[in-house]
Design a protein around this ligand. Structure first.
Ligand code: HSE
Length: 431
C-alpha cells in the first residue's frame, strides 16, 4: 500500500444523517485529506430502497446488500447509521471481523449490547467511535472518554432528548397541554408519528446508559436505567414548578451513590431556574458534568438533525482515519470499575408532592407526620385554598430522601380520609 492510498469508507444508511455524511465527505474532500494525511474514498452506501431519489449522491455507490458491502475485505471504516439492534449489530460485528474500524450513532445498540462491539473491536485491533449516539452534535462522548479520563466524574445530568425538551418548553411558555404540543411537535417534524421512544423516555434512557458507562468506567445497560417519560406531565405540574421557581425538564441523571454504586434514571424533574440546565430552550440538548477536579462543566447544542449529527460522525471519521494512517487505535472500553447499580428504590432525590386535602384543623399536621414517620424531612410547604369547597391543595417540597421511603409515604397519604385522589410526585434537582 502506498502512503497516499485512500482510506476506504462504507456507509450503512442514507437517511437524514447518512445523506449529510455522504455530502460532507464529498464536499470537503481536500480539507479532509489534509487533516488526515490521506484521501477518504466513499466506496459504497447500503440502503433499503435503491429507487429513492438521493440528490448529490452517485447512484453507482448504492447497494441493497449491506452484508456484502461490509465484508468486501478492503474497507478501513464503516459508518453505521441504520439504527435499531438488527441488522445493525450483525453488520457492525461483520465489519469489525473484516478489519474495519466502525463509527456508529446507534444508541439503542450501544445501550443494549455495547460490550459485544467493544470486545470485537478490541480483538480485531480496530476503533469503535460513537460521538453521534448521544446528544447529536454536542461533543460529549470524547470529553468523557478522553478529556476527563484523568479526572473523577461524580455526576452527569443531561437533557438528551430534543423532542421532549421542545414539548416541555412549549408547555411551560405557552401554557398548552401535552397532547396539543405533541401534535405541534409532530407537525414541525420534531416528534415521530409514533412518539413513544421519545416521550416515554426510552431514547433518553439509552443515552443515559451510555453516559453512565463512560463516566463511571462500568458497563451500564438500558435495563439498568430507571425510566419515566413525560406523557403524564400536566399543566398543574407546570404551574406547581413555576410556583417553586423551577422548570420541568426530562433529566437523564447519572451519579455515584454514597456507597460507590451508580444511580441512573430518566425522569421529568423540576429544575430550579438558576441551574444551567433550566435555561435550555426548544429542541436543544445539554449535558452538565460534575467532576472532582474540573468542577462543573456544561455542554450545549443541537441534539438531532442531519447536518449537526453528521458533524459528530465526521469528527469520528477523521479521528478513526488518522488512527489508520498512524497504524494505531484510540481508546477501547474502560469498564474496570465494574460498579453495581443502585436499585431504584434506594436512589435519593428531593421530591415535590402535590395533594388535595380537606381544609380543616390538624390535616397539615397529619400529612407532615406521614413524611416524618418515614424519616423524610420537609423543605417547604405551600397551600392554596378553595374556601367554597373547604378543600386545599398542598404542595410539599422534601429534602433528599430515598425513592422507596417517598413511595411508602405517598401510599399512606392515599389512605387518609382527608386526602383526595390523584397525588402527584415529581423529582426536584438539587439538595
Ligand atoms: N429523537 C431524538 C430527540 C434525537 O428528539 O432528541 C435522536 O436521538
Amino acid at each position: 500500500m502506498t502512503t497516499n492510498a485512500p482510506i476506504r469508507v462504507a456507509l450503512l444508511g442514507c437517511g437524514v444523517v447518512g445523506s449529510q455524511v455522504a455530502r460532507q465527505l464529498l464536499a470537503h474532500a481536500e480539507d479532509l485529506r489534509a487533516r488526515i494525511g490521506r484521501p477518504l474514498e466513499l466506496v459504497g452506501i447500503a440502503v433499503r430502497d435503491l429507487s429513492k431519489p438521493r440528490p448529490g449522491i452517485d447512484p453507482a455507490l448504492l447497494t441493497a446488500d449491506a452484508e456484502a458491502l461490509v465484508t468486501r475485505g478492503d474497507l478501513d471504516l464503516v459508518i453505521e447509521l441504520l439504527g435499531g439492534i438488527e441488522p445493525a449489530r450483525s453488520l457492525l460485528l461483520a465489519a469489525i471481523g473484516a478489519g474495519a474500524s466502525v463509527i456508529t450513532a446507534n444508541k439503542a445498540l450501544l445501550a443494549e449490547d455495547g460490550g459485544s462491539l467493544y470486545t470485537a473491536a478490541e480483538q480485531s485491533g480496530v476503533d469503535l467511535y460513537f460521538e453521534a449516539a448521544v446528544a447529536g452534535a454536542i461533543p460529549i462522548i470524547r470529553p468523557l472518554r478522553e478529556s476527563l479520563v484523568g479526572d473523577e466524574v461524580l455526576a452527569v445530568k443531561g437533557i438528551v432528548n430534543g423532542t421532549t425538551n421542545f414539548i416541555l418548553d412549549r408547555m411551560h411558555s405557552a401554557g398548552v397541554g401535552f397532547s396539543e404540543v405533541l401534535a405541534e411537535a409532530q407537525a414541525l417534524g420534531y416528534a415521530e408519528a409514533d412518539p413513544t421512544a421519545d416521550v416515554e423516555g426510552y431514547d433518553a434512557a439509552a443515552k443515559a446508559a451510555i453516559l453512565a458507562s463512560l463516566a463511571f468506567h462500568s458497563r451500564v445497560r438500558l435495563a439498568d436505567v430507571d425510566r419515566e417519560g413525560i406523557s403524564l406531565v400536566s399543566q398543574d405540574d407546570i404551574a406547581a414548578a413555576k410556583e417553586m421557581g423551577c422548570v420541568i425538564k426530562l433529566l437523564a441523571n447519572c451519579s455515584l451513590s454514597a456507597d460507590g454504586r451508580i444511580a441512573v434514571g430518566v425522569h421529568p424533574t423540576m429544575v430550579p431556574q438558576g441551574h444551567p440546565l433550566a435555561a435550555i430552550p426548544g429542541a436543544y440538548n445539554a449535558v452538565f458534568i460534575e467532576s472532582r477536579y474540573a468542577g462543573r462543566l456544561m455542554f450545549m447544542g443541537p441534539g438531532a438533525g442531519g447536518s449537526p449529527t453528521a458533524s459528530a460522525v465526521m469528527g469520528d471519521v477523521v479521528t478513526a482515519a488518522r488512527n489508520r494512517v498512524r497504524g494505531t487505535v484510540g481508546p477501547g472500553e474502560s469498564a474496570y470499575s465494574a460498579r453495581g447499580i443502585t436499585p431504584p428504590g434506594e436512589v435519593e432525590s428531593r421530591y415535590y408532592v402535590s395533594l388535595q386535602v380537606t381544609d380543616e384543623p390538624g390535616v397539615l399536621a397529619k400529612v407532615a407526620a406521614r413524611f416524618a414517620d418515614h424519616g423524610i424531612s420537609l423543605q417547604a410547604v405551600r397551600q392554596d385554598g378553595d374556601p367554597v369547597n373547604s378543600r386545599a391543595r398542598l404542595g410539599v417540597m422534601t429534602h433528599v430522601a430515598p425513592d422507596s421511603d417517598l413511595r411508602a409515604t405517598v401510599a399512606e397519604l392515599e389512605s387518609l380520609a382527608e386526602v383526595g385522589p390523584g397525588i402527584t410526585v415529581m423529582r426536584v434537582e438539587g439538595h
